[in-house]
Write a protein that binds this ligand. Structure first.
Ligand code: NAD
Ligand code: IPM
Ligand code: MN
Length: 370
């Protein structure tokens, strides 16, 4: 099997140029949910051309390749966006391929803003009492290229009683400033789903214990916030934020945080939305080819059983189309998913009885009719 396969509709000189999408389903349920997302995009009639990439555990186990030598350069040069499933396979004990592909894209393509919207589509999906869809509509902006994810550090005297392991938390002025600025700009430019303006940016850290990195985040946050007098700038320690997210998620609007805390709080936030099967994300560097992926992983125990929820991947596809300027198609896809949730045309994790494919097909039908 070749590593790239392109499929595109016939060229029509009257039509706008097709946006080029690289599709990397990856491992486990990534291989089930991404085909559904692709089908839904096709049903929306969005002017795109897909190229499939076989990066993932199967290829790695076959020929030792996680990312071909020119892989990231090809993605950045030849594509408008990248649609990704998930990476992680129990056969690759170290998960090295996942690190090289997923963190490789984020780091080497410098996709510094991990945008993770948190929206409740239906009250029935939320484990909290008395919470309505209007109560949960916030976004987490996670720094995506630094922090402990740089994996700087090492092990000394391994296997002895004197063993030492260090894991550095790297925070650069440039990296912290650009994600904080991204958060204020995001707040200025985006409204909530009900059309009301966004007006709060909350920075989340652990500066009471991690004083060096936290100090930098605090200083940069205050400085950037002073440039946005119409936006309320707030702060919360990450432990308190976890408690508040469960106690009263209504208070959140735009949250900005580092790589590690962003990872953790977005799984917690996915719980508010109906679970990991419902959460979408984008890895963005403005002006460059950006990468879109559901928040969930490869979920090995449920892989290959046609039970994985495809809606996180489908909502991710809508996010990608919106990013590429195809707002009409994105809105139609989101409306179809909302309708599926309301009518319980869903997988079992969120209360329905459909399989992955059948839930995807239901959304396709709705999108092509709408
Ligand atoms: P996971 O997200 O794969 O699964 C966590 C739980 O959520 C499991 O109970 C799973 O069944 C459930 N779940 C996840 N997605 C679902 C969906 N679409 N529908 C229904 N249920 C769903 O996280 P994990 O179990 O911690 O990790 C499994 C593997 O995935 C690991 O190798 C991990 O490193 C990797 N991972 C990859 C990514 C990524 O590629 N973006 C993200 C997270 C985890
Ligand atoms: C995510 C995942 C990744 C992360 C893992 C697979 C490295 O959990 O995208 O949220 O920690 O960023
Ligand atoms: Mn995660």
């Amino acid at each position: 099997m070749s590593s790239q396969k392109t499929s595109s509709p016939k060229k029509d000189p009257q039509k706008p140029a097709l946006k080029k999408i690289a599709v990397i389903p990856g491992d486990g349920i990534g291989q089930e949910v991404i085909p559904q997302a692709v089908k839904v995009i096709e049903a929306s009639g969005a002017p795109v051309q897909f190229t499939d990439f076989d990066w993932g555990a199967d290829r790695y186990l076959r020929d030792g390749t996680s990312v071909p030598p020119d892989g990231f350069a090809t993605l950045a040069r030849d594509f408008d966006a990248i649609l990704v499933g998930a990476f992680g396979d129990p056969r690759v004990k170290t998960n090295i391929h996942a690190k090289e592909i997923l963190l490789g894209m984020r780091f080497k393509m410098d996709l510094y803003a991990n945008v993770r919207p948190v929206r409740l589509l239906d009250a029935a999906l939320c484990p909290l009492k008395g919470i309505e869809p209007k109560d949960i509509d916030f976004v987490v902006l996670r720094e995506n290229t630094e922090g402990v994810y740089t994996d700087a550090g090492g092990v000394f005297k391994q296997g002895t009683p004197d063993e030492i392991a260090t894991q550095e938390d790297i925070n650069t002025r440039k990296g912290v400033e650009r994600i904080i600025r991204y958060a204020f700009e995001y707040c200025k430019e985006h409204t909530k789903l009900d059309g009301s303006p966004r007006n709060k940016v909350l920075m989340c850290d652990k500066s009471n214990a991690m004083t060096h990195a936290g100090g930098l985040w605090q200083r940069v946050f205050k400085q950037v916030a002073s440039e946005y007098p119409n936006i309320s700038a707030q702060h919360m320690y990450v432990d308190a934020l976890c408690m508040q997210m469960v106690r009263d998620p209504r208070q959140f609007d735009v949250i900005v945080t580092n790589n590690m805390f962003g990872d953790i709080i977005t799984d917690l936030a996915a719980g508010l939305q109906g679970g990991l099967g419902m959460a979408a994300s984008g890895n963005i560097h403005p002006g460059r080819a950006s990468m879109f992926e559901p928040v969930h992983g490869s979920a090995p125990p449920i892989a290959g059983k046609n039970v994985a929820n495809p809606f996180g991947a489908i909502l991710t596809a809508a996010m990608m189309l919106a990013h590429l300027g195809m707002t009409k198609e994105a809105v139609r896809i989101e409306a179809a998913v909302l309708e599926a949730v309301r009518q319980r045309k869903t997988t079992v994790d969120i209360g329905g009885q459909l399989g992955t494919k059948e839930a995807g097909e239901w959304v396709c039908e709705k999108v092509s009719k709408g």
